[in-house]
Design a protein around this ligand. Structure first.
Ligand SMILES: [Zn+2]
Ligand SMILES: [Zn+2]
Length: 357
């Protein structure tokens, strides 16, 4: 479809008020809404009108369009709706429908309601997160009732059609503008009514139960990440699908090590003689002692890196590095002998001395 001027699309004048624009869009949206008028042509008209409305109802966008047209908008990153599928148009435009019409943009899928998602907070030690671990967790959640197999009706129950939705499982509302269907609140989408609700679950089809789950944390996991277990959340009422379980991981800090992505950082202090002369230094890594080669002439703040001694990569591949940040300690008190030796040392290397005693 050829691109038409937004004012022309809505059939309003260039100086139309916000209210005129809203009214014009409301009329067009009702006429071409795909739930009322399912044809490719109507869909195009609906998208075109929605895009025009999105631009002209936004002061900023409207100004740019008035001054620089479609190209001006494109330069701001706005790409409109023409390339989008209808679902994307609705999801990026959804709130406007509630504003304009007082209800959501589109019918929801029918059938029983899905259960809620659950979150389980798991606290791990630093090392467990670095190398991965397995945990058994207990989660209390709603599961299908065994007595009625999740239907919510006792076995002797007689089934009749739900009077609220006439057995369709959905009810339609929307005061004649759009027809919006939602899950029937009476039967929860089953479309059926049971003469005797199940006694174990009081007709809900679900019971609360503690369930066990083995959770595998992969190596390289970090504080704040979570794992998703599909279908391990609450079961939906009366046979509805289950939500998901999110295991949210918190990691306890380590007493000496810090983590930066896949690198580990350790601060350590050596005395000035070892900094000057260099030598081997033992430090405590995650898996035990590590030997660090301190080069002669090491300066305060120097970083010595041990390659591939850090955190395993979550997605496989190389381990990170282990960085040792060296602090150098200057003695606060010296014996007479030490003073003498240092003075002698200073005398030998006095070419650049700036302090005199
Ligand atoms: Zn039951
Ligand atoms: Zn119903």
């Amino acid at each position: 479809m050829e691109r038409r001027d937004y004012y022309e699309v809505l059939g309003v004048a260039k100086d139309a008020s916000d209210n005129d624009i809203k009214k014009a869009y409301r009329r067009l949206a009702m006429e071409h809404h795909p739930d009322r008028n399912p044809s490719p042509e109507a869909e195009e008209r609906f998208k075109e009108a929605s895009e025009a409305y999105q631009v002209l109802s936004d002061g900023e966008k409207r100004k740019i369009y008035d001054q620089a047209g479609f190209d001006g908008l494109r330069n701001t990153g706005y790409s409109g709706f023409s390339h989008m599928g209808m679902d994307d148009v609705f999801s990026s435009f959804g709130d406007i429908f509630s504003d304009l019409f007082g209800f959501g943009s589109r019918a929801r899928r029918g059938g029983p309601n899905r259960g809620s998602d659950l979150q389980y907070d798991l606290i791990l030690d630093f090392k467990e997160a670095v190398f991965g671990t397995e945990r058994d967790i207990d989660v209390e959640r709603l599961v299908p009732c065994e007595a009625c197999e999740g239907r919510g009706a006792s076995p002797q129950s007689k089934v009749s059609r739900c009077p609220t939705c006439q057995g369709r499982g959905q009810v339609v509302h929307g005061s004649g503008l759009f027809l919006i269907a939602t899950t029937c609140p009476e039967c929860g989408g089953q479309g059926a009514r049971h003469s005797e609700p199940c006694k174990s679950c009081r007709g809900d089809g679900r019971v609360r139960k503690e369930t066990h789950l083995k959770v595998k944390i992969p190596a390289g996991f970090e504080d704040g990440m979570s794992l998703r277990y599909q279908g391990q959340g609450e079961t939906g009422p009366r046979g509805g699908p289950a939500g998901d379980l999110y295991v949210a991981v918190r990691v306890r800090p380590h007493k000496t090590l810090k983590r930066d992505d896949n690198d580990l950082i350790l601060e350590t202090t050596i005395d000035m003689v070892h900094a000057a002369l260099g030598g081997e230094l033992k430090v405590e890594g995650l898996e035990g002692e590590l030997i660090v080669d301190v080069p002669a002439g090491t300066q305060p703040g120097d970083v010595i890196t041990l390659r591939k001694q850090g955190v395993p990569n979550l997605r496989g591949g190389n381990r990170g590095d282990f960085h040792v940040v060296v602090r150098v300690e200057i003695p606060r008190s010296l014996s007479a002998k030490q003073k003498e030796l240092l003075a002698e040392f200073a005398g030998r290397s006095s070419k650049k001395r700036r302090l005199f005693t």
